[in-house]
Design a protein around this ligand. Sequence first.
Ligand SMILES: Cc1ncc(CO)c(N)n1
Ligand SMILES: Cc1ncsc1CCO
Length: 228
Amino acid sequence: MTSFTEKLRKVTDSIWEANFNHPFVRGIGDGTLPLENFRYYVMQDAYYLSHFAKVQALAGGKADDLHVTARMAFHAQGTYEAELSLHEKFSTLLGITEEEKRAFEPSPTAYAYTSHMYRSAINGSLGEIIACILPCYWIYYEIGERLKECKPEEPIYQEWIAAYGGEWFKELVFEQLERLDQLALEASEKERQKMIRHFTISCKYELSFWEMAYTMEQWPDTEAVEVQ
Ligand SMILES: Cc1ncc(CO)c(N)n1
Ligand SMILES: Cc1ncsc1CCO
């Protein structure tokens, strides 16, 4: 029998393929991605992960089972550690200054994607929240698996691949896949439909996030609008 997560993977496969084939992802693998784009990505992703951790913690608050509350809190802690070890190191290597961090503003896509996750956290069940945050785990895991054999010249890209292609990350991803399969079995058909919707939207936002970094997306320049 196909599991719920296998079904999710299948119905969103074309979005996954677009993620794998995105020039930002390919550019990490072959080392051709300009560091300027990666620098932009790292700043937006630090913002993204700080909200991702909060959504994981909110999910823990919706669990009926103390074990699951503790595991979700552990995952939030894991996100904090990833953020510290990856992004702080990258910030230093890329020369991102304190002043730049202070002046940081989330891009339209980073803001929209994190808002989408909060929406599930406020309105949804534990299963809906996990469905919503699962593409974040799972797409990066598969990208890590695909890029594992790549040896880009840029050491920063090598580290990025190693982080998502490693055992630590894999175990966290598989834990959430199993959890969602279990929650889907217990859910109503209506709730499962919502899970599919949240999951699909997040797969699309993962793709938009690469595009955002590849184009270094900005908010509309309102300074340029002449006020009559
Ligand atoms: C946008 C995004 N999705 C997923 C991950 C995986 O941690 C990440 N760092 N950023
Ligand atoms: C960094 C990261 N991304 C998805 S899960 C995770 C760590 C544990 O939650």
